[in-house]
Structure formats: C-alpha cells, structure tokens
Ligand binder design. Sequence first.
Ligand code: SAH
Length: 214
Amino acid sequence: MLKDTSKHQGLRNKLVTQLEEKGITDKNVLEAIRNIPRHQFLESSFEDFAYQDKAFPIAAGQTISQPYTVAFQSQLLEVKKGDKILEIGTGSGYQCAVLCLMGAQVFSIERQNELFKKTSLLLPKMGIRPKKLIFGDGYKGLETEAPFDSIIVTAGAPFIPQPLMAQLKIGGKLVIPLGEEHQIMTMLVRKNETQFEKHEYGEFRFVPLLENKN
Ligand code: SAH
C-alpha cells in the first residue's frame, strides 16, 4: 500500500531545511524533494529512516542515493521545464522522480533487471511518468533519443564514457561522479562540436558504474 501521511510530510519539510542548510538553493529541486514520498522507494524496514539524509540499500546490492547528493546533482543540471534528460542508473527511481517533478522529460537506463522491473512498476503507481525506462548498459547512452539537454550519471564511473559526451547538445551538461574508491563530482559543459568545459565539485561516494556484466 502506498500511503503518505502528515508525519511523512513533516519529516520531508525537515529534510528540505537540512538541504538548504547544506547549500542547496534551487527552489525547484527543494520543492520536488518536499513533494516526493521517499519512503515509498525503500523496503518497509527502512521506512522510518527514509527522511534521514543518507543512502540506503535497495535491491540487487545497490543503493538509493543520499538526498543531498540527489539535490546537488539536480541543482548542477539547472533543469528547465521540458528539458530532455538522460539518467544512467535508474536504481530505485528516486532521482528520476525528482527530475520528472521538475518538469523534465526523463529517459533512464538501468542494468540490473530486478531493479528495472521493480521501478517500472513503482513510478506509475506513484503517478510519476518518465518518458522511458530502459533495461540496458548506460556506458552506451541512448543513441536513438540523442541529443540531450543534460545527462546525469548516478553511479561512480572510472572514466567518462565517450558516447555520453557525443550525445549531449551544444550547451548541454554531463554530470558524472568520477573515480573508483570515492568520486569527484564532475560536470562537463559542451561548448561546441569538439570542446567541453570541465568543472569539479568535491568528493562523493557512489556504487560503481559496471561494464559488460549483464
Ligand atoms: N539514481 C538511483 C541511484 C541508484 S545507485 C536512485 O535514485 O536510486 C546506481 C545504479 O546504477 C544502480 O542501480 C546500478 O545497478 C546502476 N548501474 C551500474 N552500472 C550501470 C550501467 N553500466 N548502466 C546502467 N545502470 C548501471
């Protein structure tokens, strides 16, 4: 049963205040987080903790990202209504839901079939409608729908997959946590056909972006 109570709403308001204190200023990001019942993305045993600013285990040995991380990456994208966004690593669907509520057209790829199926059922039940959820390998991006306004990678990548750079619009942003043990949040902004501007935003921790292991 999907229920959302005033207690949950109260906890979400507190979480939003914490995110503001940690430096999140994008009102659209904060409103999305205020409105999305994160507890519904977790197993019921974690329900009581859903509004702590922490990552938690989901199925298939993966994690739902920490709300601060979701907010930070979403803020970097400077989402405008109608933006076409590709997410690599659907996982629980929480990050995808945040982008949908911000008005983006979201395409999201997941390589764990169990998570792909689970999230494909959950999001419509919650009234959240990404453009498309795809079961596949995010290293390849999504050629058929390219180019994208933004691409967001939500697993730690050992390097920047070339197809993701190629599938960005001019002016588009690729936000990707880069590194093995821990990751440096990195943003590439596409300047023209061949040039990208690189920005770095400090250390984060993600589960790995896996290659060739379907
Ligand atoms: N955005 C998710 C975060 C999930 S953790 C959320 O909000 O819950 C990262 C996810 O990336 C995991 O579900 C993992 O299975 C997935 N992943 C890892 N390597 C991948 C790849 N090569 N292609 C697509 N998804 C991948």
